[in-house]
Design a protein around this ligand. Structure first.
Ligand code: HEC
Length: 310
């Protein structure tokens, strides 16, 4: 084929459907495409061209598979799961783990209980049947990030993040917590027990199932220690670290947390009470398959999404 012919072909391919005489999509189609492409962080013009007569919402599943959409979603999840940027690459494995799960179409719970390893020099992820069933919670980078400062080495910060990430637990400790006796005995004081011992999500009991912080300063690191079963979550006997995360991701709270995250990603704000029907449809879809793609699509494919004011 001559260079000219090749050029012409490239030109035709670039022009796509319009070259073949297709109409420019109407205004509602453009608006809906713009909305979806902005949410997913994919190119608007390319998305519009890829429609080829189909409705934008019928393309959601395909667009969700694009690298850009997956990267956008991974960045969003990372921001929701982490209170601040990590100190180094090794502490920033969450976004890579999300990309791995979504790209490989694994159930969302695998993010938290999958057996995979994160290479901390490049955040490349490999499946590893010998790894603990702890997803990124099992990585040294993540554990180091949330070692915390408790004098007894209990990783209270990691315990809290584990529950915040999986079931959306939200506790607001006050700055005064650091005052006075902060040891386990100190945390049993009336003003501390509410969060540390007396709640179904008692931080101290949950932290006892995790590795412990050993060493100080730059040498501080997590170390796996023998643990004894703890009774948490209103009477559940939890055996160890792996069992803890398994229990968390098997709860209804995990379904709700996931559909809240999906809603926030799609709408850019938390859901309100009048959106309960949509929220329920997400929970049903997600409970059925366990796929985050189905949670996201339940909102993105809903007619309401493209009717809503941008
Ligand atoms: C409203 C709930 C709440 C109350 C009340 C509370 N804490 Fe906490 N505490 C937390 C949470 C959540 C964390 C994990 C903090 C984080 O991840 O930033 C934590 C962490 C800690 C840590 C570990 C800090 C670290 O950096 O590793 C200590 C020590 C602690 N709390 C002591 C106390 C003491 C002492 C009191 C009472 C004076 C108290 N807390 C009251 C919620 C609470």
């Amino acid at each position: 084929m001559g260079v000219m012919a090749l050029r012409a072909l490239v030109f035709l391919v670039l022009l796509g459907p319009w070259a073949a005489g297709a109409q420019t999509p109407d205004e509602p189609t453009q608006r809906c495409t713009r909305r979806i492409s902005q949410t997913l962080g994919i190119g608007y013009r390319a998305s519009l061209q890829s429609l080829a007569g189909a409705t934008p919402q019928s393309r959601v599943r395909t667009w969700l598979e694009s690298r850009d959409a997956i990267a956008t979603f991974a960045g969003f999840i990372n921001a929701r799961f982490s209170p601040a940027p990590g100190a180094n690459l090794a502490e920033e494995g969450v976004a890579a783990a999300v990309r791995f799960i979504v790209t490989n179409k694994k159930p969302w719970r695998e993010l938290f209980i999958g057996r995979y390893k994160i290479n901390h020099t490049n955040n490349l992820i490999t499946e590893d049947p010998t790894a603990p069933a702890l997803g990124y919670f099992g990585s040294v980078g993540w554990q180091k990030r949330y070692l915390g400062n408790a004098p007894d080495g209990l990783m209270l910060t990691a315990a809290y993040r584990t529950m915040q990430n999986t079931v959306g637990l939200k506790l607001l400790p006050s700055a005064e917590n650091g005052e006075g006796d902060v040891t386990a005995t100190g945390r049993e004081r009336a003003e501390c027990r509410g969060c540390h011992f007396d709640s179904p999500y008692a931080l101290d009991y949950v932290a006892r199932l995790l590795p412990r912080k050993v060493g100080t300063g730059g040498g501080a690191r997590p170390e796996k220690v023998p643990v004894t079963a703890q009774t948490v979550f209103n009477g559940v006997q939890v055996r160890d670290h792996e069992h803890l995360v398994e229990v968390l991701v098997s709860s209804d709270a995990f379904l709700f947390r996931t559909c809240r995250l999906a809603f926030e990603f799609v709408y850019g704000r938390p859901e309100s009470a009048c959106e309960a029907a949509m929220f329920d449809r997400c929970v049903d879809a997600f409970a059925r398959t366990g796929m985050i793609q189905d949670a996201l699509a339940s909102y993105l494919e809903d007619p309401q999404y493209c009717e809503a004011v941008p």
